[in-house]
Design a protein around this ligand. Sequence first.
Ligand code: HEM
Ligand code: NFK
Length: 289
Amino acid sequence: MSTTSQDNTRPIEEGIHTDFAKEMSYGSYLAIDELLSAQHPVSDPEHHDEMLFIIQHQTSELWLKLVLHELRSAAALLAQDEMRVALKRIARVKHIQRTLTDQWSVLATLTPTEYSQFRGYLGHASGFQSWQYRGVEFMLGNKHRGMLKVHEADPKAHAMLEELLEAPSIYDEFLRHLARRGYAVPKEILDRDVSVAHVPNDELVRLFTTVYEDAEKHWDVYEACEELVDLEDNFQLWRFRHLKTVQRVIGMKTGTGGSSGVGFLQRALELTFFPELFSVRTAIREPPR
Ligand code: HEM
Ligand SMILES: N[C@@H](CC(=O)c1ccccc1NC=O)C(=O)O
């Protein structure tokens, strides 16, 4: 029979630990006090919806912290030719990206009327200044030294971004790994300046065409390529949801960060991390049946 009491409460079992005066608890382990005392609305009087705005950003930054952690590990693993383990890291990143993209629906409950009531308090602060977001973009290959400028007042963030700018991206590491396995990765790709964005290379498209046209022979490489395509696809979905949320909340207003707003965000949708993995789709031959 059920041990639940008649009053519809669950009895607290004898064995449950309750004395945390001297032991590590949930709160002390996870620094919950610290985490929950980090929301500081700036609107005056405090606007009800500013809490949503702050928490949406803070949760995004927490997930971005994990994305960076996983991507750094994936790059290091590729450098050690541990492609399968690297793919495990990437699989986790893909789930985080989905969570980040789904999370836009929460912020979409913020109406333009509500946001306009506290937007003026945000000054020139903007997501454009998120160094973790920029770090993820750098790791994925969207390198741009000019992005360091806004972090000059924050030496730690600046140093972190400079390090990621100068380091090979996930794609650089993947291509170097393929070269070590005997794939014909062009020399100019292997010797490229990794602090700038990768530019499309026809020879690489030909290399990936041989992989995609005989997927069975190159199965693990083929699989890895598709994982990278998923990463880029997911990243673009996040950018698109951001753009659409921005559009419904501030319309065509200029951004607090000083950009044109929607137009500026739109241009990011034209960027690509792994151009050859998309060009290969056009190049694959379709033999007549
Ligand atoms: C009502 C909500 C939001 C609005 C109206 C908004 C608006 C904008 C605008 C206009 C820009 C362009 C830069 C500027 O001039 O400010 C921007 C950039 C950015 N925002 Fe937001 N944003 C919102 C929410 C968020 C959230 C929740 C995040 C999550 C972290 C975020 C992250 C970013 C990032 C990373 C950039 C830089 C994008 C890039 O460089 O391509 N934004 N946002
Ligand atoms: N750029 C936004 C403001 C904004 O969304 C924002 C402001 C402070 C901290 C993070 C922000 N998020 C994304 O840009 C705007 O123009 O309204």
